[in-house]
Design a protein around this ligand. Structure first.
Ligand code: ZN
Length: 246
């Protein structure tokens, strides 16, 4: 990354009228939420009860062994003390200024909203939305996390509560997908941050972007490095912060 590049990217950001941010787990690692694939990520932790996180976080485990599912989910997917980092803050600011049109995220932590972003398309749902699998009533995160119960149940009907999160084996919300496609089609500047772009539907979605400027910020190389206008291998928060500086 050369200094001239930073100047050019800053200028392009200044001129941009419809920035879209497409983010993955790497966006939240600076908020101390572990990602899936990097060294300290979920896939490389000792498997819970000898099992793979993909299996633990599947609907099969949720419905057949809810006590195992919830023990894992609560200890590995809920981070009640996590705070938005610089990346979330800059994106929220750009939205307020009218430059950024949407954040499309694979994360379920709700940190973009906590930073003030409004238009957040959560491809995989959110830990902050929960409901009863029987009567469908909305439930709170506190009810899901209640340490007094191995498996959270509905106080109205006794049915099991669950997060509105897309777990392994579940389809994505078609409406959210559609909105993501529309946002990408009209974007004039795409920032892709903290995603390896190998997980469905990330790679396919990026194809809908037809603008000139694509900035890719990721720790490791991705299959899209060739296509990006600029590839940055450094902290997303720090880099976006630099871009937003006057
Ligand atoms: Zn219920």
């Amino acid at each position: 990354m050369m200094k001239e590049d930073l100047t050019v990217i800053k200028q392009k950001i200044k001129e941009a009228k419809a920035i879209v941010y497409f983010g993955g787990a790497g966006t939240s690692t600076e908020s101390n939420i572990p990602d899936f694939r990097t060294e300290s990520g979920l896939y490389n932790q000792p498997a819970f009860a000898g099992r793979d996180p993909q299996v633990l976080l599947s609907t099969r485990t949720l419905y057949q062994e809810p006590e195992v599912f919830y023990a894992y989910y609560r200890s590995h997917r809920l981070f009640p003390d996590a705070k938005p980092n610089k990346a979330h803050q800059v994106l929220a600011r750009w939205e307020k200024e009218g430059k950024l049109k949407a954040v499309i995220t694979q994360n379920i932590d709700g940190l973009h909203q906590m930073a003030g972003s409004q238009k957040v398309l959560e491809l995989h749902g959110s830990v902050h939305r929960n409901y009863c699998t029987e009567c469908q009533r909305e439930a709170t995160l506190e009810e899901i996390a209640d340490p007094g119960r191995q498996v959270p149940v509905c106080r109205q009907c006794g049915g099991m509560l669950r997060p509105d999160v897309v777990f392994f084996g579940e389809p994505l919300d078609q409406q959210v997908l559609h909105q993501a496609v529309e946002a990408l089609k009209m974007a004039d500047f795409l920032i892709v941050g903290g995603t390896s772009l190998v997980v469905y539907p990330a790679a396919g979605l990026i194809d809908y972007f037809s603008g000139k400027n694509m900035l890719l910020i990721n720790r490791d190389a991705t299959p899209f490095d060739q296509r990006a206008t600029w590839v940055i291998h450094q902290s997303i928060g720090e880099f976006l912060w630099q871009l937003a500086e006057e």
